[in-house]
Write a protein that binds this ligand. Structure first.
Ligand code: GLY
Ligand code: MN
Ligand code: MN
Length: 443
């Protein structure tokens, strides 16, 4: 049966930055063949897949979001950009929706050529011949590694005809990761909006919380706020943790009831146009911090603010980690939860009983974004365009040597901070001073 093609979906990203990144990477790599697949579809149960999420590095370079796609660039003085993707299939499109097909994809996403994904085995060995070096993913996906091996064998089987097989297969993820570390203006605009939506969602959660509700009811407030602004997914599994659950760092159950006197820790951010926000706020379920909760909260806030002040271009990314440890350790000494001198508590690692994670990470297309933290044994220096999370916390589990009034208090405060030429811009606008949180919850 003949069918008319569906119209191209309205959401296609601005291709210009993706195209420019591809050109920049090609220039940097100089020679050889770049081969980069998107992610694989993964079965969830029976015949249902997990919702497909394209590979971030692949998306960064292409803007293309369909599964079963491979980017190839024949490097050299005039690089040739090629996309392999699914064929048009008007019958399948009735069931699953629009797919570009090679011809429309080449046109829309500015490739020099595009071919059916079914032609990989026929075409890749030809592209590999005489390429010298293959820049690809190595050791990320076993099936992809096998494909590379299969294609290499195919080229090696043809050397008697006068072609030369590649002599080097190298991992290209670091090159792409280092590019991703510095966000361009289009990325910063999206990340600001992802943060605005997520900040609103956190404030909505604070307003909605009260004893008697369940963690999932607060999660629903967050998700509704994300989705109604067009951010259809959280960037990672939302942590919505009341009471003792706040001390479980990657808590995901989100089922417990909210009890009077509980603190609630929410670590949640939306994914907007493939970019993550990553925000944590901690607030009292009934709108008023108890004395010990407030004491712990103010130490974490002081640490967080000190970390943000320590961020600026040229300083090492390791420095704000040290600042977090110093301020939190002093706070633990002041609360008599740790004993001894500040240097002693830091050197012995005694603070780690209450603070056992890092102060933050790169943020971008992935919540724990790509990019080196250390090079040659030295922490990377901050530069304009980098985005880091700043997320110190204290988690006090019941223990014989810990006064009972502190038991089950878990506090983390997390903002997303852009490094600018003049210093920093905090992308996160959600309230965070204890008084402001209480005022918002009263209102
Ligand atoms: N939400 C994950 C993290 O804060 O690293
Ligand atoms: Mn987080
Ligand atoms: Mn984080």
């Amino acid at each position: 049966m003949k069918r008319d093609a569906l119209p191209i979906p309205t959401f296609v990203p601005d291709i210009q930055p993706h195209h420019a990144r591809r050109a920049r990477l090609a220039k940097q790599l100089k020679r050889g063949l770049l081969l980069l697949p998107t992610s694989r579809e993964t079965m969830r149960n029976a015949d249902s897949n997990y919702e497909f999420r394209w590979d971030s590095g692949f998306y960064y370079l292409t803007g293309f979001r369909e599964p079963e796609a491979v980017l190839a660039i024949q490097l050299g003085p005039r690089p040739k950009h090629i996309l392999f993707c699914r064929d048009k299939n008007l019958e399948r499109e009735i069931w699953d929706g629009f797919r570009f097909g090679p011809a429309q994809a080449a046109d829309t996403f500015r490739f020099d050529a595009a071919h059916s994904i079914d032609e990989l085995d026929a075409r890749i060995p030809k592209l590999m011949a005489n390429a010298g070096t293959v820049h690809t993913l190595v050791g990320t996906d076993a099936a992809w590694d096998q494909s590379i091996t299969r294609w290499l064998k195919a080229v090696r089987g043809e050397v008697r005809s006068g072609i030369e097989a590649p002599v080097e297969v190298r991992d290209v993820s670091r090159d792409i990761g280092q590019m991703r570390l510095i966000k361009d203006a289009s990325e910063i605009a999206i990340m600001q909006r992802a943060n605005d939506i997520s900040s609103r969602a956190h404030e909505r959660a604070m307003r909605a919380a009260k004893p008697g509700l369940h963690e999932y009811e607060i999660e629903a407030e967050l998700l509704h706020e994300f989705v109604r602004h067009g951010a259809r997914q959280p960037a990672y599994g939302s942590i919505v943790a009341a009471g003792a659950n706040a001390c479980v760092l990657h808590y995901q159950e989100n089922r417990a009831p909210l009890k009077p006197g509980d603190l609630m820790l929410i670590d949640a951010g939306c994914e907007l146009e493939s970019y993550a926000a990553d925000i944590t706020r901690t607030f009292p379920v009934d709108g008023k911090f108890t004395g010990p909760q407030r004491d712990v909260y103010d130490i974490v806030l002081a640490a967080q603010l000190a970390c943000i002040r320590a961020l600026k271009p040229g300083t090492s990314v390791g420095r704000y980690r040290d600042v977090a440890v110093r301020v939190l350790s002093q706070g633990l000494i002041d609360l008599k939860l740790c004993k001894g001198s500040l240097d002693g508590v830091i050197e012995s690692g005694a603070y780690r009983q209450f603070y056992m994670h890092g102060a933050g990470h790169w943020l971008g297309l992935d919540v724990h974004d790509a990019g080196d933290y250390k090079q040659g044994g030295q922490w990377v220096k901050l530069a304009p365009g980098m985005v880091v999370t700043v997320e110190p916390g204290l988690y006090i589990r019941p223990a014989a040597h810990v006064p009972k009034r502190f038991w089950d208090i878990g506090v983390r405060i997390e903002d997303d901070v852009l490094i600018t030429r003049g210093g920093t811009r905090n992308l996160t606008s959600c309230v965070k001073r204890a008084d402001d949180i209480e005022a918002l919850m009263r209102g």
